[in-house]
Design a protein around this ligand. Structure first.
Ligand SMILES: NC(=O)c1ccc[n+]([C@@H]2O[C@H](COP(=O)([O-])OP(=O)(O)OC[C@H]3O[C@@H](n4cnc5c(N)ncnc54)[C@H](O)[C@@H]3O)[C@@H](O)[C@H]2O)c1
Length: 259
């Protein structure tokens, strides 16, 4: 436990599970105050209760961030309840599987809505709040497969590449306001989403599915999945003042997948 976020207020989207949950835990351990913004309020509530039962430094805000007015409300509520906004971690994301021949207008709307527009909407309202405090840090979670091709998940990979372009151009727009904007690109990471998916596909228990994932030799240099906390550490670095000379950067946290 350190003090890398002491005095800082952070909004973490998608904090109800996986990498977002690990980010909330790490931010809390580093003395930050955190608003978890998620459309799954039950999951976000469980995380808040586990991390900070007193409710003093972690609050939950339910919002569907694909809607601009809900993103605006989420930022406003964060400031109302915690006092200001210094850090925005855009972690929420969804997947659509299959080749482009199976894509539909609905599946495009769904994945662009969460993976791209929610990042843009939340950032739009976070920036003016950060300007009031003299600056801040935005960390967007993209994917190693934003730059490395693979089969069967083209729509997801396209949105994650768009997030990298958004990140770089936002960094250009807001550098003079002392707002840093960076992206993290996780490789395959052992989160409950993937465990549940494998368990359902193979008709096995969650425990078995997780054990299988741990035993899988993944196609990266380290031959394993990442842990959510290993991704969260990179988000923490970019969120706190240790990365004060870093903006517009793309951090590959992928066990060497992209080399
Ligand atoms: N897990 C991996 O292997 C991996 C790899 C590369 C990139 N990523 C990216 O990392 C991020 C987190 O991944 P994860 O596996 O921890 O995901 P996850 O599915 O466990 O969590 C995503 C969270 O986002 C929330 N969310 C979804 N739609 C929302 C909306 N409209 N409004 C608000 N919240 C919404 C969900 O409720 C959930 O709590 C995602 O952006 C994902 O694309 C993950």
């Amino acid at each position: 436990m350190g003090e890398r976020l002491a005095g800082k207020i952070a909004l973490v989207t998608g904090g109800g599970g996986g990498i977002g949950e690990a980010t909330v835990r790490l931010f809390w351990e580093e003395q930050g105050r955190v608003a978890i913004v998620d459309n799954d309020t039950a999951a976000a509530g469980r995380v808040a209760q586990e991390v900070d039962p007193s409710g003093e430094r972690v609050v939950v805000i339910g919002a569907d961030l694909t809607k601009e007015d809900e993103a605006a409300r989420a930022v406003r509520e964060t400031v109302d309840r915690l006092g200001r906004l210094d850090v925005l971690a855009n972690v929420a994301g969804v997947r659509v599987w299959g080749p482009i021949t199976e894509a539909t207008p609905e599946s495009w709307e769904f994945i662009i809505g969460v993976n791209l527009l929610a990042v843009a909407y939340t950032s739009k309202f976070a920036v003016p709040e950060m300007v009031k405090n003299g600056g801040g840090s935005i960390v967007n979670v993209s994917s190693a497969n934003a730059i490395v091709g693979r089969k069967n998940i083209a729509q997801f990979d396209a949105t994650k590449n768009a997030v990298l372009a958004l990140t770089r151009s936002m960094a250009c727009d807001h550098a003079e306001q002392n707002i840093r904007v960076n992206a993290v690109c996780p490789g395959p990471t052992l989160t409950m989403y993937h465990v549940r998916r494998r368990a359902a596909a193979k008709g096995i228990s969650l425990e078995q599915a997780e054990a299988e994932m741990r035993a899988t030799r993944v196609g990266n240099l380290m031959k394993r999945h990442g842990e959510p906390r290993e991704i969260a550490y990179s988000i923490l670095f970019l969120a706190c003042d240790e990365s004060s000379y870093v903006t517009g950067a793309t951090f590959m946290i992928d066990g060497g997948l992209s080399v």
